[in-house]
Design a protein around this ligand. Structure first.
Ligand code: C2E
Ligand code: CA
Ligand code: CA
Length: 253
């Protein structure tokens, strides 16, 4: 995501160092909805930080700061553990989707540590999905490929996030072992104003269907956006229209 240039990353890094992160970080959960099954099938975990120094901080900002300050590993481990504990309380058919940063992905031992957490908690690995981005994979392609291999061997699933944004290349669909593609919300945003956006969504859905990959259409905010895209037969949808990121107890309810 684009960083707000108005935010002082150094101040954020300082706050990361001077805070009891275990007390200030928490996880929000946003539902993924299957149109075919007409029900929620899983939740994406989204990092939240209520800082006593800076107030509520957006995750794309503090994750970027944490990557620079060296806090990212600690943060990912903590949020992942909390997310898994929630997953354990959910009905068996629901999965958890968890975002990984570039640095998380370029450390094979670190990934093995996350996979250990799944085992220690006695969670079925196929209920856990990791979301990665092309940008993150590009940072260290070889290490990322090894990390994905470990996830795959452990029985977890891998989703390619924000597909179609930034430096997208179809090469990654070819090279990486993926289960799912998440179509970037920018296409949904433009569906009423730019006819090309709808065609791109149609093309990605067809491609994924032919390759046996599942898809998530992200960022559906309104009924009219859903109506405009429903005819394309998207598999799974996610967005404010179906549910905003919510507290763990709201997700459980
Ligand atoms: P993302 O992975 O693409 O997550 C989806 C973002 O879109 C979330 O923003 C979510 O609140 C927002 N969203 C969902 N539905 C809609 C909608 O209908 N309309 C609009 N306008 N937005 C919608 P959030 O929570 O602010 O997260 C921003 C980004 O921060 C995430 O983008 C992800 O890249 C990163 N992030 C969040 N949590 C984590 C984490 O635990 N680890 C890492 N490495 N990155 C994270
Ligand atoms: Ca994501
Ligand atoms: Ca996304």
């Amino acid at each position: 995501a684009d960083l707000d240039v108005g935010v002082d990353l150094l101040a954020v890094e300082r706050a990361l160092r001077e805070s009891a992160l275990e007390d200030e970080l928490y996880v929000a959960f946003q539902p993924q909805f299957s149109l075919r099954q007409n029900r929620v099938i899983g939740f994406e975990a989204l990092a939240r930080w209520r800082s006593h120094l800076l107030g509520e901080m957006p995750p794309d900002i503090f994750i970027a700061a944490a990557e620079r300050s060296g806090h990212i590993g600690q943060i990912t481990r903590l949020l992942f553990r909390r997310s898994l504990i929630e997953l354990k309380r959910w009905p068996e058919h629901l999965f958890l989707s968890f975002n990984l940063s570039a640095q998380d992905l370029s450390d094979r031992a670190f990934i093995l540590g996350l996979l250990d957490q799944i085992r220690e908690l006695g969670i079925a690995p196929e209920r856990v999905e990791f979301e990665i981005t092309e940008t993150a994979v590009m940072v260290d392609q070889e290490m990322s490929a090894a990390a994905l291999e470990e996830m795959w061997k452990a029985g977890c699933r891998v989703a390619l996030d924000d597909f179609g944004s930034g430096y997208s290349s179809f090469g990654y669909i070819n090279r990486l072992k993926l289960d799912k593609i998440k179509i970037d919300k920018s296409f949904v945003r433009e569906v009423h104003t730019n006819p090309v956006s709808r065609e791109i969504v149609a093309m990605i859905l067809t491609l994924c269907r032919n390759l046996g990959l599942s898809t998530v259409l992200e960022g559906i905010e309104t009924e009219s956006e859903l109506a405009a895209l429903q005819a394309l037969g998207p598999d799974v949808v996610q967005g404010f229209f179906f549910g905003r990121p919510m507290t763990a107890s709201a997700a459980l309810a």
